[in-house]
Structure formats: C-alpha cells, structure tokens
Design a protein around this ligand. Structure first.
Ligand code: MF3
Ligand code: CO
Ligand code: CO
Length: 243
C-alpha cells in the first residue's frame, strides 16, 4: 500500500499544474489514466459500479463523484480531483481541491480550512482512539469556521478493496465508535461546504451537489495507523508520523 500511495501521490502532483482556465476535466482524466497505467497500475474508479472515468472531477457546488467533461474550466472556479488506483492488488485513494486561476478569498479559505480539517482528523488517528475522535475533530474545525460537514459521504477502510469497513464519518462524538488499532488502513476525507451540508444527486445518478448550490471542497489521503502514529501513504515518506 505504500507503493500504491506513492504512485498516486506522483499522479496527483503531475495533474496539479494542468489545472488552469481553459483546460477540460476530460483532459485531466485522460492524463490521469495514462500516468496510472504508465506506473503499472489500474485506475480503480473506472468501471467501479459503472463509474465511467479514472478521476472524479467536481466543480464548485459539486461535492463528489463529478463526471469529467469537455466544458473548459473557467477562472474563479474551484475543482476537486479525486483519484483511486490499484497497484499490485492494493488500493490507494486521494483527493484535493484546487483553485482555477484567480478565485475569491472566500473560496481560498474554504479550500484551506478543508485541508486543515483533514489534519485535525489525522491528529486523532492514533491507536487506542476511536472513530468518533476523528469525526469530532474534523467537525469542530469546520463548524467553527461556519461551514457545513457533508454527511452523505464518509472516509472508509481501504486495502484490497477501494471501500472497506469501517466507515469514517467527518462528524461524531469523542470516545464513540470503533477503536483504532495498528495496521488499520483507512481514508480520511472531509467534504466541507460553504453553506448547507445537504446534497442532491444529479441526473447522471452519481454526482452529489450542494442543495444551496454554494461551493464545496474535498481533501483526502490514505493512511495507516501505526504504533508510532498515523502514516499518510499517499504523501511522500510517511508524512504525518508523529512519534
Ligand atoms: N474516490 C472516491 C472515494 O473517496 C470513490 C470514487 S468511486 C467512483 O471514496 F466510482 F466514483 F469513482
Ligand atoms: Co477518493
Ligand atoms: Co475515499
């Protein structure tokens, strides 16, 4: 899973410079698929329960599971790129939200706070803690900033399969839920909305959109709980390990 996560990190880093006004998310999708296959891996979202693409590309009020499209990205938008790959039988899953060109201070803050929410969750991802500790940490930080925490989608266990038990909600109560033990591999993936956390699903039966049409950001990594703390597998050299 370390090797899988390392490749996924390289793929996402290579996609980031493409994100500019005028590029289409289909172009980004095609580049992602090429980089994944060149790395000896398979894009695991392609064909997953019928999902047709190698990345999810969710623009502005789209929360998750956006379909890459041939509509060029425009200055001032934000776009979340979420990618899962399988290398030698092991899955890794990571997502980030990027500004497109120049975006409002409001949108920049949403992206920053979403990433901070992820790290708040990571700080609780320690053996002996419980899932509710992670969710609570994420929720506190989001709501303190006046944002909504998406409820309909969660982090998850990951390994041979993309989605395994347990579900890792971005909300919860300290001391509740399953206990974290060394060796558990999971994703933490806050989806944080500027307004309401309520969503609807588009006609494509996949894409979740905020009901108030305000923007949403997403930030995700795959990690393993070790005796020494959380190790982020989809960042270089175990970032996040705290002795
Ligand atoms: N990467 C998503 C997640 O974080 C799952 C995408 S499944 C797909 O769980 F089929 F929509 F790609
Ligand atoms: Co993902
Ligand atoms: Co995920």
């Amino acid at each position: 899973m370390r090797e899988s996560g390392k490749l996924l990190h390289q793929v996402l880093e290579a996609l980031k410079p493409m994100i500019k006004p005028g590029v289409t998310t289909l172009e980004i999708d095609r580049m992602a698929e090429k980089l994944i296959r060149d790395g000896g891996a398979i894009p695991s979202s392609k064909g997953y329960e019928g999902f047709p693409y190698s990345i999810c590309a969710s623009v502005d009020s789209e929360v998750v599971h956006g379909f890459p499209s041939d509509v060029p990205l425009r200055d001032g938008q934000i776009v979340s790129i979420d990618c899962t790959l399988i290398l030698n039988g092991w899955q890794s899953d990571s997502a980030f939200t990027s500004p497109v060109g120049n975006v409002s201070a409001e949108a920049k803050k949403l992206i920053r706070v979403t990433e901070e929410c992820f790290w708040k969750g990571v700080s609780q991802a320690r053996a002996g803690n419980r899932l509710g500790d992670i969710g609570w940490a994420v929720q506190q930080h989001a709501e303190m900033n006046g944002y909504g925490v998406i409820r309909d989608f969660c982090g998850h266990g990951i390994g041979r399969e993309m989605h395994e038990d347990p579900s890792v909600p971005n909300y919860g109560k300290p001391g509740r839920g399953a206990r974290l033990v060394p060796g558990m591999t999971l994703t933490i993936e806050p989806m944080i909305a500027m307004g309401t956390w309520k969503v609807f699903i588009k006609d494509n039966d996949w894409t979740a959109v905020t009901r108030d049409n305000r923007p949403c950001a997403h930030y995700e990594h795959t990690l393993v709980i070790t005796e020494g703390g959380p190790e982020i597998l989809s960042l270089p050299s175990g970032a996040g390990v705290q002795a």
